[in-house]
Design a protein around this ligand. Structure first.
Ligand SMILES: NC(=O)C1=CN([C@@H]2O[C@H](COP(=O)(O)OP(=O)(O)OC[C@H]3O[C@@H](n4cnc5c(N)ncnc54)[C@H](O)[C@@H]3O)[C@@H](O)[C@H]2O)C=CC1
Ligand SMILES: O=C(CO)COP(=O)(O)O
Length: 320
């Protein structure tokens, strides 16, 4: 069964390239000029330069054409997901929609699955997340991802359909755990980048990764997640990748904060909005999330990295 990817950014393009190894894939771009450039050069020079688009991958700006397929991957930033669904609701109704975004919606505190369910109740929602850089996927490097869907049978079908030569998918019905892991790991990556950028060392990063993982577990389980999900690819796996690589935009934002440098606002960094959304949600639920709260203060420039670290170090002592 053919697949379409909506969103011609780095991740959407990389997924389309990998899936094209299974058969025909349609990549939908909303921007006409961007689509024309990709059709002419057979490359996404803007978002994924240096990787040719395979023959089975066709680019279109025609949303009606792109949504003829039953399975649609939604590869837009989390804060743009709802607008995509609302704008094309009639064509997306009843389809199998696989959200490929990581984050928590700023003004509702909802994750991708809940946004899909509330916006398009007739659709069949799923989530694709886990430790994966678009560049690695596009270059055919081996990658493992978590495919989450409440419907176990549909999840199994999608796992067969979306697994490729270099994408090995593991399935789960714990959509809450999968989306919380993918969202919150970006917050921790900003924190880790900030301490490295400030020259505070790898031990400080290890402390933040470990205590950040504890915060992710606490928050996710309070939302109903299963602990083993956070210990898997979508949580622990993506946390370790994103907190330790310059390929991560969230980590690079943290580096810039730590160094006192500016960061290009046009670059997609999910962790900033997600930190604000998660901090507000944690306050409402009375959950202790000191690192998330600190990252919110860092990205909103209410604290310097020095002040932030000093406050974290002076917190009341407790059991691990
Ligand atoms: N880049 C990567 O290595 C990975 C990214 N992801 C996730 O993929 C999601 C998308 O990020 P990237 O592709 O990396 O970002 P990107 O910045 O490369 O591309 C975002 C794309 O979304 C499009 N877009 C934005 N608003 C839209 C709308 N309302 N309707 C249609 N298209 C719209 C933009 O035109 C752009 O093509 C994020 O949630 C990210 O966390 C997940 C794994 C890896
Ligand atoms: O989600 C990702 C890796 O799994 C991509 O990370 P960034 O969004 O930080 O670039």
């Amino acid at each position: 069964m053919s697949v379409s990817v909506l969103g011609s950014g780095a991740f959407g393009t990389a997924l389309a390239i990998s899936l094209a190894g299974n058969g025909p894939v349609t990549l939908w771009a909303r921007d006409t000029n961007h689509a024309s450039a990709m059709k002419a050069s057979r490359e996404n020079e803007k978002r994924l330069p240096g990787v040719p688009l395979p023959d089975h991958l066709s680019v279109t700006t025609d949303i009606a054409e792109a949504t003829r397929n039953e399975t649609l991957l939604l590869a837009v930033p989390m804060q743009k997901l709802r607008s995509l669904l609302v704008e094309h609701s009639e064509l997306l109704a009843g389809k199998t929609l696989v959200a490929c975004c990581k984050g928590i919606e700023l003004n509702t505190g909802l994750g991708p699955i809940a946004v899909l369910n509330k916006t398009l109740p007739s659709a069949k929602p799923a989530l694709l997340t886990g430790p994966s850089f678009a560049d690695d996927i596009a270059r055919g490097l081996p990658t493992a991802l978590t495919l989450a869907c409440d419907d176990a049978a549909l999840c199994k079908d999608l796992q067969q359909q979306l697994t490729t030569a270099n994408l090995r998918l593991y399935r789960t019905t714990d959509t809450t755990g999968a989306e919380q892991g993918g969202a919150l790991k970006n917050v921790m990556a900003i924190a880790c980048g900030a301490v490295i950028g400030a020259g505070l060392g790898d031990s400080a990063r290890a402390a933040l990764m470990t205590r950040g993982y504890a915060e992710m577990q606490r928050m996710a389980m309070a939302c109903g997640a299963r602990p083993e999900t956070l210990a898997g690819l979508s949580g622990f796996g993506d946390l370790t990748l994103t907190c330790s690589s310059d390929l991560s935009r969230n980590y690079r934002l943290g580096l810039a904060i730590g160094r006192g440098e500016t960061f290009d606002p046009s670059v997609t960094v999910e962790g900033a909005a997600t930190a604000r959304a998660a901090a507000a949600k944690a306050d409402e639920m009375k959950i202790d999330t000191p690192i998330t709260q600190t990252v919110t203060n860092l990205v909103d420039q209410r604290l310097t990295i020095g002040e932030a670290v000093a406050l974290l170090m002076k917190r009341p002592l407790k059991e691990e």
